[in-house]
Design a protein around this ligand. Structure first.
Ligand code: 5SP
Ligand code: CO
Length: 217
């Protein structure tokens, strides 16, 4: 299971050191919130560009915005690997097409109250499916256990139909929930506050990976 730290709870007065402290990350997760789609505002393209300048990692952009189509060009930076939009946002289908056109990997995500069956017809065309395991908008919330069933559903659908997407989970991942999501079949776990509240983040990511393996045996 890959680990994608979310920098939402990083210390932005110390950004370069914060990014350096997660040098073993597989990807860096970028949470973009517009204060409309979710009741919070995070940061935008300018800060994302700064992050991409001080990091040699690929970025995984999670757009929690009402109109993703307006933002995709701004976030199609060189080291952005995935751009993920919400099924619940405006014109999400056109947004997926635009991400593909811009040469980025296409991600689709659903809120905790949205079922996998609603996105089943789009699954053949996406590279990543993100299951939100908390209500989008804030870091530091508690993991919603029903998310594990959605992961299993996605694993089954992928196997049955020979789909190619990777499964990502986002929200409330810590030392206890990481083994559970790995066991359910998650490929990429986003980890925010749990990681940034620790001092030795690379070591902590290693522990999360190790625990996950241990529980898989
Ligand atoms: O997208 C979001 C929240 O909306 C996440 O990426 C969080 O930032 C993850 O934070 P933790 O739950 O791990 O603290
Ligand atoms: Co996120």
């Amino acid at each position: 299971m890959k680990i994608a730290p979310s920098v939402l709870t990083a210390d932005f007065t110390n950004l370069k050191n914060e990014i350096d402290s997660i040098s073993d990350a597989d990807l860096i997760h970028i949470d973009i919130m517009d204060g409309n789609f979710v009741p919070n505002i995070s940061f935008g393209p300018a800060i994302t560009k700064q992050i991409s300048k001080v990091s040699n990692k690929n970025l995984d952009v999670h757009l929690m915005v009402l109109d993703p189509l307006n933002w995709i060009d701004e976030f199609s930076l060189e080291n952005v690997e995935y751009i993920t939009v919400h099924f619940e946002s405006n014109n999400f289908l056109e947004a997926l097409t635009k991400i593909r056109k811009n040469g980025k990997k296409v991600g689709l995500t659903i809120k905790p109250e949205t079922s996998v069956s609603l996105i089943s017809k789009y699954l053949k065309d996406v590279d990543l499916v993100l299951i939100m395991s908390v209500k989008p908008g804030f870091g530091g919330q508690k993991f919603i256990p029903e998310s594990l069933n959605k992961v299993k559903e996605l694993v089954d659908l992928r196997e049955k139909n020979n789909y190619k997407y990777v499964i990502e989970i986002d929200g409330g991942i810590n030392g206890e929930t990481a083994p559970l999501v790995k066991k359910a079949g998650v490929d990429i776990a986003v980890v925010g506050s749990y990681l940034f509240n620790k001092k030795e983040r690379n070591k902590e990511m290693e522990k999360l990976r190790w625990k996950s393996l241990f529980f898989q045996i």
